[in-house]
Design a protein around this ligand. Structure first.
Ligand code: FES
Length: 195
């Protein structure tokens, strides 16, 4: 794949646009903030963008978000590259985020990652050839009391053992559905993450 002008080798088509529902939701969220402070809506708008455009944020998508928020593209790149919930390259239908911070690590997160890598035949950061799973490790997801744990879409899977984790992954595979941090129904009903 060719690199685009930003140096990224991944890209979306040019001139992409939100659906009417996604644009209406983004505008509704932006209206919460005073004129000129629309940047404050950047996180929910990036979630909408990621849901609209295949679960990841290309440079084209981030530029589009910048144009909606009336800010510089670099301001979007900075935020999108800081938070682990945003994917800057194509991902599988189901993104597995295993917590690797202290309490989870003490409770076996490292071995859990190895188990998942072996089960899926990929390493951290990779996507399975069938496009079903992407494996990531992330920092504390604030569920330390139920370590080790992982997040898939909006669901926390806690107190994991190898058996439990294997069963959960099999269930996702059998369903074969796209799983997102921000459900498409929310866009359809114009309801954001605070509702
Ligand atoms: S350390 Fe894993 S949820 Fe906090």
């Amino acid at each position: 794949m060719q690199s685009n002008s930003s140096g990224s080798k991944y890209s979306h088509k040019k001139n992409l646009k939100f659906s009417d529902d996604a644009l209406a939701l983004a505008q509704k969220i932006m209206k919460r903030y005073p004129e000129g402070k629309q940047k404050s809506a950047i996180l929910p708008v990036l979630h909408i963008a990621q849901t609209e455009f295949d679960g990841w944020l290309s440079v084209e998508t981030m530029d589009y978000v910048a144009s909606i928020l009336n800010i510089q593209p670099i301001e979007v790149y900075e935020v999108a590259s800081f938070y682990s919930m945003f994917n800057l390259k194509p991902v599988g239908k189901c993104v597995i985020e295993v917590c690797r911070t202290g309490p989870c690590w003490l409770m076996g997160a490292e071995d859990l990652v190895k188990f998942i890598e072996k089960k899926l035949g990929i390493t951290e950061g990779q996507t399975t050839p069938d496009g079903m799973f992407t494996l990531k490790t992330v920092e504390c997801l604030a569920s330390c009391g139920t370590a080790p744990m992982m997040q898939i879409g909006e669901t926390y899977h806690e107190n994991l053992t190898f058996d439990k984790c294997g069963t959960i992954l099999d269930e996702y595979k059998n369903k074969g559905e796209q799983v997102s941090h921000f459900r498409t129904e929310r866009i359809k009903h114009h309801s954001d993450i605070h509702q």
